[in-house]
Ligand binder design. Structure first.
Ligand SMILES: NC(=O)c1ccc[n+]([C@@H]2O[C@H](COP(=O)([O-])OP(=O)(O)OC[C@H]3O[C@@H](n4cnc5c(N)ncnc54)[C@H](OP(=O)(O)O)[C@@H]3O)[C@@H](O)[C@H]2O)c1
Length: 296
């Protein structure tokens, strides 16, 4: 199958390209720089440029692009960039796909469990749960809505709502590992808040599932089936690194260090992948120890 991937240089995107290619798919990488390899085609979301000629016979398009959420303090300006980079690029790509004489069967466009808000306590959240409040929830709703042109053109649009993706070399574990390796890591706040991690390996498998299975459409939580408390996550991480787990990191310290983004770490989201499971997807790393081991 021919698959186009935007945002392919990122943490998830580079693993997805490798996963698709090793499964025998032909990948066209939509890149924002001058193409440097035969499988790259330049697009420019700001200028609304999409290389339609390179998308001939593409059966699936995956869009993972957007300014990295953890790369900066959440100033007003940065929040505008987070929002704009996702909504603009999704609108441009979804609209361009409708101009192809043969349209792709499926458009998989990233979203996030932030859809459910910053803090839902112990509530079990599946795809039937309503959106939450706050910046990320609003961003995710606008992001999913931005794919509307593709939906209107009868392309099956899937929104993987990623949890905390845990894998080697990046993602949610990257800022935590140095602290824990030094034996300085502890849980955040009271440690009772739910975290909903997923291994990078299962994230790539889930994206391939959405691309390869006919009939997938709508939102899919991409989180392992067993969410854990932050305290349990920290305990397992420290144990796997053979380090003591030290004092908790207080909420105010996180607030000072990373600003509003800290609410994402202190809030509780207990998200489960009901629709992926119902569709027959099986996680190879369903629980926290396997997820952490897959990354270390
Ligand atoms: N990792 C997680 O735990 C997690 C959790 C929830 C949601 N997500 C979402 O899933 C997607 C993939 O995550 P990731 O961890 O792979 O992110 P990432 O490492 O930050 O990669 C995102 C990619 O987006 C592209 N990009 C950067 N700025 C852009 C802009 N202004 N306009 C369009 N594209 C831009 C870049 O690829 P190119 O330079 O190749 O274009 C970049 O490599 C992201 O949208 C992220 O918000 C991730």
């Amino acid at each position: 199958m021919r698959v186009a991937v935007a945002g392919s240089s990122g943490f998830v995107g580079s693993a997805l390209v490798a996963g698709l290619e090793s499964a025998g798919h032909e990948v066209v990488r939509l890149v924002r720089h001058a193409p440097a390899a035969a499988n790259e085609a330049r697009w420019d979301p700001e200028q609304g440029v999409v290389p339609l000629a390179r998308l001939t016979d593409v059966e699936a398009v995956v869009h993972l692009g957007g300014v990295n959420v953890g790369s900066h303090r959440w100033t007003r300006r940065f929040k505008r960039q987070l929002h704009h980079s996702r909504i603009r690029s999704t609108t441009v790509l979804a609209s361009a796909l409708t101009g192809l004489s043969v349209r792709p069967r499926v458009f998989v466009c990233a979203s996030a469990m932030g859809y459910y808000g910053p803090d839902r306590g112990r509530e079990l959240l599946d795809e039937e749960s309503g959106p939450g409040d706050g910046f990320l929830a609003g961003l995710c709703q606008d992001w999913e809505h931005a794919a509307q042109p593709a939906r209107a053109a009868d392309i099956a649009v899937c929104h993987p709502r990623f949890g905390l993706v845990i894998g080697p070399g990046g993602g949610a574990l990257k800022p935590l590992l140095p602290l824990f390796r030094l034996g300085l890591g502890g849980h955040f706040g009271n440690g009772e808040q739910f975290w909903s991690p997923v291994s990078l390996h299962d994230t790539v498998r889930a994206l391939r599932f959405l691309v390869e299975q006919h009939g997938c459409v709508g939102p899919y939580n991409v989180t392992a089936p067993e969410p854990v408390s932050n305290g349990e996550f920290s305990r397992v991480l420290a144990a796997e690194l053979h380090r003591p787990r030290l004092l908790p990191v207080p909420g105010f310290a996180l607030q000072i260090a990373i600003g509003q983004a800290s609410s994402e770490l202190l809030g509780s989201l207990r998200v489960v992948p009901t629709r992926l499971s119902e569709a027959g997807f099986e996680f190879e790393h369903p629980e926290v120890r396997a997820i952490i081991r897959s990354a270390l």
